[in-house]
Design a protein around this ligand. Structure first.
Ligand code: PGA
Length: 261
């Protein structure tokens, strides 16, 4: 794991955007795994700016989103499909045919999930997966005790996640769906690079458990300790409980120039 402590969310998000942009410039038909929520918003704004000002070209890029609520139609503004079109896709030159988001409206959910896995394989696998971390340590919607071998499937949100996400539903927890479709932890572990973003004090415990705790299914993100290429961008508040924070800063400050982001 590479832990990069940034002074704030914008500097961390801009550094992460440089990693995404570098991949797209080197591999124009890259396959990106994308996330929703508050965390990746600045990253997406920076990618939009790079597209507009620097000609970053998404025309051959393929995307697969991590998750979607069940029974929230794509034209509903709470759906993750709506979120992605609103906050990224409508402002870059992505080919709509290359966009994939789990189908929360599928009548046969297991078949739809299996087809999603198949589509990822057919696209050549995910080159770079963007991830947030839930305050309970989830990645995607793989809640605590999710199998490390899991694939795309339906999951039930924990009460903590329902509470955390109520802010997107006018603060009304009763409006938050209880079910979602999410890529599995096995799916995420197959990505060639995981780029994790975590900002704010409410993520500090989950971040510390992910990076410095034991690998355990109660903190699903901790499995990333076994991933060969995971970069974690945190801000100072999210780094507050890292025991080895000074070491991570020292490592980053002493990297050879070519390894920097
Ligand atoms: P957030 O969610 O970005 O809205 O904090 C992250 C997550 O739940 O994975």
């Amino acid at each position: 794991m590479e832990i990069i402590i940034n002074k704030d969310a914008p500097s961390g998000s801009h550094a992460a955007a440089r990693v995404v942009a570098k991949l797209i410039r080197e591999k124009p038909d890259a396959v990106l795994g994308l996330a929703t929520g508050s965390t990746p918003l600045i990253l997406y704004q920076e990618l939009i700016r790079m597209h507009r000002d620097e000609g970053l070209d998404f025309s051959a890029v393929t995307t697969f989103n991590l998750d979607e609520y069940v029974k929230v139609p794509p034209d509903n503004e709470q759906s993750y499909s709506y979120f992605m079109w609103e906050n990224l896709f409508s402002q870059i030159n992505i080919n709509p045919e290359n966009v994939h988001i789990p189908n929360g409206m599928a009548t046969d959910i297991p078949a739809s999930c299996a087809a999603y896995e198949q589509a990822i394989v057919q696209a050549g696998g995910i080159d770079l997966q963007v991830l947030g971390i839930g305050s309970d340590g989830h990645v995607g919607f793989n809640e605590p005790t999710s199998s490390f071998a899991s694939r795309t499937r339906i999951k039930t949100l924990t009460r903590q996640t329902v509470k955390d996400n109520a802010r997107f539903f006018g603060g009304d927890e009763s409006q938050v769906p209880h079910h979602c479709i999410t890529m599995g932890i096995g799916t995420i572990m197959d990505a060639r690079m995981n780029l994790v973003l975590a900002f704010g004090a409410n993520k500090s415990r989950a971040v510390a458990a992910t990076i410095e705790g034991p690998v355990a299914a109660v903190i699903p993100a901790s499995i990333l300790q076994h991933h060969p290429c995971t970069r974690i961008f945190v801000d100072e508040p999210a780094a507050a409980h890292l025991k080895l924070a000074d070491y991570y800063r020292w490592v980053y400050d002493n990297k050879p120039a070519w390894q920097r982001v």
